[in-house]
Design a protein around this ligand. Structure first.
Ligand code: NAP
Length: 433
């Protein structure tokens, strides 16, 4: 009898886990469950809409989903439609691969003013996520502050300053293209609390900021050191040297007649968001580094702006019935084992770090443990879940259903674009009827 596995979450960590289990040579029956009809999680809703090649990994995931041993249960939500206890009793193994869908909080006054967003909700807005497509951020602003110096901060800044033509080959929904096109936004301030050497963005992403049609990167060359100092691995040092070189190149770019600017602002830690109802400015404290740590200098300054996106990382939502580490925003686990027959992979297991393929390492780690602990299956798995969903009248979206939805998205694509996304669950289900 195959070992029955329920994987909760159809993003990269979920699909890599299914793939690694199937390649182990052991006998598995795997159901991948997602609360949204569309699969692929972060690939569809996190990866930037103008980074379509990064999304190509979903083709490999599709092959996994089409395997005989695998079934997809879209539009089925853990906690709402089925509980963890039920899944634990139906399946030999349950794997939590639910990602990190909540924004980390800055924890400073003014964070709840209108016009202040976390990057998860803002990125989900421009990626047409069912939770956020109707966020309707007011882009009728002259300047924006993006807090953070990671790749998400770069994504957000770039999407805000690209024009329609630059997005023609993306799957940015029309409402977002139109809102960005109509915006008079001219200045985006990307603010890191540490220096250019410590910034977390990778070099390919940084370089793109110098290749935009209507936007110029701006940086004060005086802030750029001649060399990378500090303790770094060889790999990290090379990356930082590259970033430093790229930023130096930015300092020499002539703005020409490009109407928009992204300002790289370092050593700036936000201390308060100012405004009555809406954000009007962000107050920062100038910082310096002491032994790699950020310390405040006591010097403050303000950047006026009408929009703030805090791109400072994300955390998972607590899962009912599973111990949760509030500090780190992950489920408590030991190398992916949570307790009983429950495991965790990806960002819910280790936090929101790493690139998409990093999730494969988690999958290997957990698949090894599952293989050792569950050589044989004893629970019914799929048939029990199907009966429960039928009894509760839950409209499960199968992978075949998803392919039908996707076919309509592709047929509806504007010229040059890969698809026009359905953004609400109703629309997706409507495409099936
Ligand atoms: P990240 O790389 O961890 O960057 C978070 C940034 O926020 C850092 O600059 C961090 O500064 C800053 N920060 C954290 N707390 C802060 C606070 N309270 N005040 C001010 N700044 C604060 O996270 P991310 O950008 O969300 O990305 C998540 C993961 O996805 C990363 O591994 C990233 O590389 C990956 N990703 C990759 C791509 C790509 O490959 N194209 C695209 C998007 C995301 P400190 O460094 O000082 O802590």
């Amino acid at each position: 009898m195959p070992v029955t596995v329920a994987i909760i979450g159809a993003g990269p960590s979920g699909f890599y886990t299914a793939d690694v289990l199937l390649k182990s040579g052991l006998d598995y029956s795997i159901d991948i469950i997602d609360r949204i009809p569309a699969p692929y999680g972060l690939i569809r809703y996190g990866v930037a809409p103008d980074h379509q090649t990064t999304k190509n990994v979903s083709r490999a995931f599709e092959k996994t989903a089409l395997r005989d041993e695998v079934q997809y249960f879209g539009n089925v939500e853990l906690g709402r439609d089925v509980t963890l206890d039920e899944l634990k009793s139906f399946y030999d193994v349950v794997v939590l691969a639910v990602g990190a869908r909540l924004d980390k909080r800055l924890g400073i006054p003014g964070e709840d003013l209108k016009g202040v967003y976390g990057s998860v909700e803002f990125v989900n807005w421009y990626n047409g996520h069912p939770d956020c497509w109707n966020l309707d951020p007011d882009l009728n602003v002259d300047s924006a502050v993006v807090v953070g110096n990671g790749n998400v901060a770069i994504d957000v800044a770039r999407v805000l300053v690209k024009n329609r033509q630059e997005m023609a080959h993306s799957d940015l929904p029309e409402y977002a293209v139109a809102a960005i096109e109509a915006s008079q936004l001219s200045d985006v301030y990307m603010c890191g609390r540490r220096g250019p050497v410590e910034a977390k963005f990778t070099n390919v992403e940084l370089r793109e900021m110098g290749e935009l049609e209507i936007c110029t990167p701006v940086i004060d060359p005086a802030i750029l050191s001649d060399e990378v100092t500090g303790e770094w691995s060889d790999r990290d040092r090379r990356l930082r040297e590259k970033n430093l070189g790229t930023l130096k190149g930015f300092a020499e770019i002539e703005p020409g007649d490009r109407p928009k600017r992204v300002h790289f602002q370092f050593f700036s830690s936000p201390v308060e968001i100012l405004g009555d109802e809406r954000v009007e400015a962000v107050r920062f404290e100038r910082t310096r580094l002491e032994d790699g740590r950020t310390v405040g200098t006591g010097e403050h300054f303000e950047i006026p702006c009408g929009l703030v996106v805090a791109a400072i990382g994300s955390q998972s939502e607590a899962v009912d019935g599973v111990p949760f580490d509030d500090q780190q925003g992950i489920v408590v686990n030991t190398d992916g084992w949570v307790g009983d027959n429950v495991y965790a992979v990806g960002w819910v297991m280790r936090g929101s770090t790493g690139v998409i393929s990093t999730n494969r390492n988690d999958a290997v780690q957990v698949a090894d443990q599952i293989g050792e602990k569950f050589p044989e299956g004893s629970k019914p798995g799929r048939s029990a879940l199907e009966s429960l969903l039928a009894e509760r009248k839950i409209r499960r979206v199968s992978f075949e259903d998803w392919k039908s939805i996707e076919a309509v998205e592709i047929a509806n694509a504007p010229e040059g674009a890969p698809r026009r996304k359905f953004v609400s669950i109703e629309e997706m289900l409507g495409a099936l009827s």
